[in-house]
Every structure is written in structure tokens, then in C-alpha cells.
Design a protein around this ligand. Sequence first.
Ligand SMILES: Nc1ncnc2c1ncn2[C@@H]1O[C@H](COP(=O)(O)OP(=O)(O)OP(=O)(O)O)[C@@H](O)[C@H]1O
Ligand SMILES: [Mg+2]
Length: 184
Amino acid sequence: MRELSMHLMDIIENSIKADADLVIITIEENKAENNLTITVKDDGKGMDKEFLQRVFDPFVTSRTTRRVGLGLPLLKAAAERCGGKVEITSAPNLGTQVKACFQHQHIDRAPMGNLAETLTAVIVGNPKVDFVYTHITPKGRYVLDTRIIKETLDGINISHPKVVEWIKKNIAEGLKKINGGVDE
Ligand SMILES: Nc1ncnc2c1ncn2[C@@H]1O[C@H](COP(=O)(O)OP(=O)(O)OP(=O)(O)O)[C@@H](O)[C@H]1O
Ligand SMILES: [Mg+2]
């Protein structure tokens, strides 16, 4: 089963390919209410209505290297396998929001995977893009905003090994505090 963090990376990559400057990632999980929602919102080039209606079709892609686009169809399959769904809203030149809902406790819900590793890789690999990552659980909320980090770094590159380690640790410890992103 493909981990949710890998699906998340796919949706974020779509935003980056759409020339987003800011990607807002929100993960909300609540075991008691059996909800797990992952939302990725970007300010990229968006999609028109006609394209959006066909976007879950694997043969719909703006890729030029191969003729199929699998990111969104695979995400949809992963959500529907556990009683969830994917909703996309988009407007040309304004941006796109992809919201994927999963039943948290469903036996077929894919495991979360390593969010700290995945998100750090995406952030560091795309230094020109900003990310706001919010993770919400009944225990609290964790927020990482690369705009604030970059301001604090004052010119030091975000891909500096010390910074990379710091980001990864900050996410891992932040999630631990709110008991987020864990599968048991
Ligand atoms: N956030 C987005 N903003 C603008 N267009 C998007 C966005 N996400 C997806 N799309 C459009 O939908 C198409 C299908 O996306 P999907 O992720 O399913 O496949 P892909 O990105 O083309 O290929 P793959 O994910 O397999 O590398 C993309 O090619 C792109 O044109
Ligand atoms: Mg994709």
C-alpha cells in the first residue's frame, strides 16, 4: 500500500509544476471521529472547468514525457478504498485546492508514512516555493511556515545541512507533541 506521505508529495509536486509560489498544506486527524483530511492549496496556474471535470482520468495530463498522469487517480483510489473521497476546486490563474478525506480507522487506510522526512525533502528541494504546513489533532496544532524560517535565516540557504536537520527535527518533535502523524 502506498503511504499517504507519498500521495501528499505527489499533490504538492502538482502544485509546484503549476508554478505555485505558496503551497498551504493542512492535515487534520481525529481518531475518535474517524477522520483524516489532507488539504493542499496552491496559488498556481489552476485548471479550467472542463479540464477539472476530467482530471481523475489517468489519460488526462499536461505531461509531455509520458501520456498518463497518475497522481490524482491514485489518490482518489486510496481515499475511496477506505470510505473517503477527493474534492478538487480550481480556477485558472488563481490556484487549486485538493482535499482528500480518509476514514482514519479504516482497515484499508494507507499508513501515514514519514511526514517529517517527506515534507523536509519537498521544502528543501524547492527553495523558491514557500510552504505553510499545519497539522491539527485533538491534542493541538503544529505549524511550520517557511516564510518565517527564511526570514530568520537572513540569507542562509534553506538547503544548508544544519537547516535541513533543524526542519526535520522541528516537524518530528512538533508532531510528537500533538500525537500527530503516527500509525499504530
Ligand atoms: N495543483 C494543480 N494545479 C494545476 N494543475 C494541476 C494541479 N494538479 C493537477 N493538475 C493537472 O492535472 C493533471 C493530472 O495530474 P496528475 O497528478 O493526476 O498527473 P500528472 O501530474 O500529470 O502525472 P504524475 O502525477 O503521474 O506525475 C496534471 O498534468 C495537471 O495538468
Ligand atoms: Mg501529479
